[in-house]
Write a protein that binds this ligand. Sequence first.
Ligand code: FRU
Length: 498
Amino acid sequence: MVRLMERSERLNTARRYELEENCKIAKAERPGFHMYTPIGWMNDPNGFSLYKGVFHLFFQYHPYSTHWGPMHWGHYTTGDFIRWELQPCAMAPDMEYDKDGCFSGTAIEWNGQHVLMYTSVNESQDQNGRNTVRQTQSIAFGDGVNYQKYEGNPVITADFLPTGSSPADFRDPKLWWDEKGFWSMAGCKGNDGRGQLALFHSENLTDWKFMKILDESRDEYGKMWECPDFFSLEGRQILIVSPQFMTSDGKEIHNGNNSIYFTGDYDPDSMEWKRETPHMIDFGLDFYAPQTVLHEDGRRIMIGWLQNWDNYLLPDEYLWSGMMTVPRELTLKFGRLIQNPVRELENYRKNKCCYSNYELSSPNKRIELHGVKGRCIDLTVRLTQQEFKNFSIHLAAGQKYETVIHYDKERGILTTDRSRCGMRKDLLTERRIKLEKEDLEQIQLRILLDKYSIELFVNHGKYAMSTLIYTPLSAEGIFFETDGNASLDIEKYDIVTE
Ligand code: FRU
């Protein structure tokens, strides 16, 4: 019999607060079709899971300000990944072992219960002001609305790890089960400071054993590996991690915190994991810490935090900070992870507007097409003829503002440039994708433009690029431009969720 804790006043306060404050966010200010925080601050997706036929998404949450603070777990449910229903805050940092935060983690359904595993953070200061951080792994059980922490928490501490591992950097457990029992994998740091993934096993969810270090950053792919996900897809095994402090390889990997994936093979009997060269999941400025869930219909669906730790750009007057990407269906092709927006988004398409083989042939003039404008749209552009050096699409464009998707054909480079999107203090404004030769023949760009973001999917999901734009909402123009001749197939819809 598992003994559980009662609900705390701290959690009750957060629940009251989010209800009172959420309604203060004007409808016009809310994103059109992206999940966003009910109030205050949101970062990583957590506990993305299917429980009793409903999809649950928790998230790192500080309701009381638009900046990161003592982490709670906020909570939404959804039936179709586009409309999200707010649930009461699921966890607050209300125990001694997690008083400084309920950090990221995952969830499973087990024996009719919804089981959450998360990182409990405790910090203390000695008399000289020196800080000691302890990150441990804890569990909570719930019914889809109310969650109670296990009385014997934390269930995994850094003492379980090999000698020399850091007790301060040990977080973000991925929990799953198979016929051999329960498994958990968390990021940690070895005695040389390199990122590692520690694998644990349990037969009852409460007593855990360290099994092995499953993988390491080897100083090739960043330092601490945050937020691992590990799942099979079309006969292969996929490892997703979000390494901190990567350094650019001049090609694909950018400086800073990125999310990458490895394809590979995993043998659960021997716990042997063999991986191949990693790739970026998303090339944009704003994407981190994704998690996936397996749909009953077999689809593997991923959602990521649509923001970046190193750029805090929210305009001062906003009451909320933090959005998630539109969930993406994952498939594999040529060893690459292919990402496309969930097909459910198509149910919200309205006001179709199409152009077939539109000839763009007024060099260096911005062309506006009747019916193609707006700030909540799903726009697909296919380049059927490419007699030019440069081609660009200007989005969220007004007299003063625009964000540009630019295609340099000779160099095979696709860029999102938000330098004129109107965000003050934005020093890093551009990200690129170097396309492969075989991508160039027919370029297809699908753009999900919402009030505050652009998600670009290239060539049916081979590359993705996510970017925040806090551009005034009056800038709703879309322009096309080339220095030669281009033929375009265009399909545009408004996305209307209300
Ligand atoms: C990743 C992360 C996690 C941690 C959480 C804290 O964005 O740093 O490693 O659990 O955010 O909010």
